[in-house]
Design a protein around this ligand. Structure first.
Ligand code: ZN
Length: 189
């Protein structure tokens, strides 16, 4: 992925494709990453992550990143009436759980897109972990864990490291060089 020297004002179609592919390569098979809602997978235990490309450059970099909340649903899922794939899946698997969430990306992210993606996916992993820990799907629509992920605490650092190791394995050390320093920084706080 080429680095852009200046802050780009929008994502090109190629950018979007590259970003989805990058995220897909460093995450487990059960994580479905896409930018188009049509590619949502209605299958048990799949985590659907939609990348939302926002074509508005932000002035402050700290606002660049995003929110996301995994949601678990069952066959009462209202969209099943709208999406034939969902209806078909519920007929095939019966009542099952999957998660739907999103990552908002602003063009500023292009300055360090790998870092941005790894960081957000680590937050996602924390939320997912918390969600399973709390068995929060039993309460219906629910939120994942929000304490440590905001603070970049030990759990966040653990998942961040897993993703860095994975990125290093799939690509090379160079691509995650700066991120190891971030990890060190979070560890010291
Ligand atoms: Zn963060």
């Amino acid at each position: 992925m080429s680095k852009k020297k200046i802050i780009a004002e929008y994502f090109t179609e190629q950018d979007k494709k590259n970003i989805c592919q990058f995220a897909d390569k460093i995450t487990p098979k059960s994580w479905n990453i896409f930018s188009d809602h049509i590619r949502t997978k209605y299958m048990p235990e799949v985590l659907n992550i939609q990348l939302l490309f926002i074509d508005i450059p932000l002035e402050f970099e700290h606002e660049n990143l995003c929110g996301y909340v995994p949601i678990l649903v069952n066959q009462d899922f209202v969209y099943k009436d709208i999406y034939p794939d969902a209806r078909f899946a519920f007929r095939t698997y019966g009542n099952f759980l999957y998660a739907e969430t999103f990552i908002k990306l602003f063009p500023n992210s292009l300055l360090d897109i790998e870092g941005t993606i790894i960081h957000q996916l680590a937050h996602m992993a924390v939320s997912r972990y918390g969600m399973w820990q709390q068995k929060s799907w039993k309460k219906g629509f629910s939120r994942g864990m929000r304490d440590e992920d905001v603070l970049h605490g030990p759990l966040f650092q653990r998942f961040y490291k897993v993703l860095l190791d994975r990125t290093k394995k799939v690509f090379d050390e160079e691509i995650v060089k700066a991120q190891w320093k971030h990890l060190e920084f979070y560890g010291k706080r």
